[in-house]
Design a protein around this ligand. Structure first.
Ligand code: GLU
Length: 374
């Protein structure tokens, strides 16, 4: 039975709690009283048998204040990287002190997007998380902003948290926000209503979070929270967005039963869930109607004959997206061929492919074992 209430999430077996910069840092300084109240809650939750992983932002905000950088350290990538390098030390200290009060040992993990996109590195991070939790520590994770480049980075800790939850084998996630959850329209609109439960994240739900609806803007806003929820849903993790602004925010949200819960949609195998949560596709395979149907309905492998065009410059084994004739993203998976060969064999049947390749082609361009529906 899937977890379906805030109370259950707060009591789940393994919980990832994501805390944003705005909650942790005010005018360049940590919000100490608030932090102590959260640390106490987390310690209690852990004492009651829930294993905890924290994903904490705040490095850039803390570091920018210490270095006197403008725009909160986000004026340029170099500023953000410098700020993160300084602020991360402070952040680690805050958590180590806050949880140390409750005799909890804290471990710092700084991850890049690539650490979680590459299967071998992902499994490595996953094993480290498991070992730390087993050994009784609380891992505190952040993106390694100091080395992450503009192109290859999460940029927001919401999606990072969802990927970490997958890697940690968590069953619940809490995203602490500065609003009560997802609203059906801009929260400043008096008619706006809190959406309590999201079974399926469809276009309607995405539109509620879009910049147009205004409920979330920019980094770490509602848009990235919805993207995180989609990763979690696919991985069989129940995620909730709750208001983190009050002291002891988790208890408060549970008591008031106030927040937005995203129900897990399916529980893919661990490998498929990892694949489905990957973010950096190297290219796109556009397919015809028949192929799109076969993939959507029957979970068929993607055959070259159904490919109409190929975008991008990917290598064999890279992640690529599959788009239907209407341009909608259907699935993603690992390509058996690089982009050049994909272009050459697109639209061809097996005997034709053999002539072009000079060898017997693989059974599919993307095998269904290496493909997940989106
Ligand atoms: N990793 C960034 C930091 O520690 C924050 C990213 C975000 O705002 O979600 O400052």
């Amino acid at each position: 039975m899937a977890i379906s209430s805030l109370e259950e999430i707060a009591k789940c077996r393994r919980l990832v709690v994501k805390i944003g910069s705005a909650l942790l840092v005010q005018e360049g300084e940590p919000r100490k009283v608030w932090l102590a109240s959260l640390a106490k809650e987390l310690a209690e939750t852990r004492a009651n048998g829930t294993e905890i992983v924290i994903v904490s932002s705040g490095a850039i905000a803390l570091g920018a204040a210490r270095l006197g950088l403008e725009k909160g350290g986000r004026a340029s990538l170099a500023d953000a990287q410098a700020a993160a390098a300084v602020g991360q030390i402070a952040l680690a200290e805050i958590w180590s002190e806050g949880l140390g009060e409750h005799d909890i040992t804290v471990a710092q993990l700084l991850l890049t997007l690539e650490d979680l996109e590459d299967r071998r590195r992902y499994l490595n991070a996953s094993a480290t998380l498991a070992r730390l939790i087993d050994a009784g520590a609380i891992p505190v994770v952040n993106e390694n902003d100091t080395v992450a480049t503009e192109e290859i980075r999460f940029g927001d800790n919401d999606r990072l948290a969802a990927r970490v939850a997958q890697a940690a084998g968590a069953d619940g996630m809490l995203l602490l926000s500065d609003v009560d959850g997802l609203f059906d329209r801009h929260p400043s609109d008096p008619a706006a209503e809190l959406v309590e439960l999201v079974e399926t994240t469809d276009d309607e739900v995405r539109a509620m979070a879009s910049d147009n609806s205004g409920s979330g803007l920019g980094r770490g806003g509602m848009v990235s929270k919805i993207q995180a929820a989609e990763i979690a849903q696919r991985a069989g993790i129940t995620l909730a967005i709750i208001n983190g602004t009050h002291e002891a925010p988790i208890g408060k949200a549970v008591e008031a039963n106030c927040g937005t819960i995203f129900m897990p949609q399916r529980s893919d195998s661990a490998r498929k869930a990892w694949l489905g949560g990957r973010l950096a596709a190297g290219g796109t395979l556009h397919v015809d109607e028949g192929c799109a149907k076969a993939i959507s309905n029957g979970g068929a492998s993607l055959l070259a004959v159904g490919i109409t065009s190929v975008d991008g410059a990917f290598q064999r084994g890279d992640l690529v997206e599959i788009c239907g004739p209407d341009g909608a993203r259907l699935a993603q998976g690992l390509s058996e061929y690089d982009a050049v060969i994909c272009r050459r064999i697109a639209g061809l049947r097996e005997d034709h492919q053999a002539k072009i390749l000079g060898y017997a082609p693989r059974s599919a361009v993307i095998h269904r074992d290496h493909m997940v529906m989106l």
